[in-house]
Design a protein around this ligand. Sequence first.
Ligand code: SAH
Length: 359
Amino acid sequence: MPNALQTDMSESDIQAWLEETSPVVLDRLYAAANLTRQRHVGDEVHLRGLIEISNCCTRRCAYCGIAAHRTGLVRYRMSPEAILDCARRAAELGYGTVVLQAGEDPGITSALVLELIRRIGAETSLAITLSLGEREASELRDWRAAGADRYLLRFETSAPELLARIHPPPGDGRPARDRIALLRLLRELDYEVGSGVMIGIPGQTYAGLAHDIALFRELDLDMIGVGPFIPHPDTPLGRASGLFPLAATGQVPNTEEMTYKVVALARLVCPLANIPSTTALATLNKEQGRELGLSRGANIVMPNFTPPKYRALYEIYPDKACVNETAEQCSRCLRGRIASIGRHIGVGSGAAPNYTRRH
Ligand code: SAH
């Protein structure tokens, strides 16, 4: 049985926990993560209104259902007015934060993002999180200066050869950007910095995933989003093509249980971070996934505010949880789920204690 359950646990202890299968022993991990969550970030669950502002993308990520090679997919880019309407609704429903997410879309120009930041800032008191992929340093700097608060950029895996296979360079001659270097830059720019990985990508090993979790701690992340890899049948990784072999030694499964282990370990190594119970997790267990994530280390949920007519088109993976609900239905349902486990909705912008401690 692996022992250490503290913030400075070693990478080999992390790996041992990932490989643990006994439900009784895993309950110790989950209880420790829940206690750490309660002590460091409390019983509040903060809601983030997620607006998927464009599904246009120039990248060819092998896992992603909105990647450029999905030629059959109808593409959309929301107008500034439509995005502002969603942000206003989020503010009216009492949310503290909106997240603007998109594919890597040059049509989401720096000027457009600046306009959105300024107008959301002028009309609401919402904190603004951006998740727009690998953008130029100058853009990231300008957006922060204009009032963006947070940036989400998952590094997906820290194993270089696996990353190269699943997340190839843009293909227009530009080199691949080093996401880990970008995360360090975001921190220098004084964003609240979020990252994370997918769990169970073909080729991902236990040692590799343990290294990813130790890297969350080394990067001193403010936000950590992790979810199971969900194969999309119309992507290279979703087709059983043989191009993406399973790891010969110790392939990590893309299961619900493995996701809880990673959520719990992320909480233990980064006690002051904000950690969402993700939609990908809820997709694997629509009845209980959100609640179990919140009971095993998570303290955030991200209800979807994308207008229903675009929702299904932001199909990064199939059969996404909550895809047919309106923002209001989604909010009501999540409030009920949060109350059912004795937690309550956080008020205010819900900055990560890890970030506020730095200031
Ligand atoms: N273009 C942005 C946002 C991508 S979507 C960026 O690249 O950062 C947000 C996250 O969805 C990705 O970082 C990835 O971790 C996750 N994702 C994409 N495809 C997925 C799949 N098939 N299964 C599970 N998660 C997936």
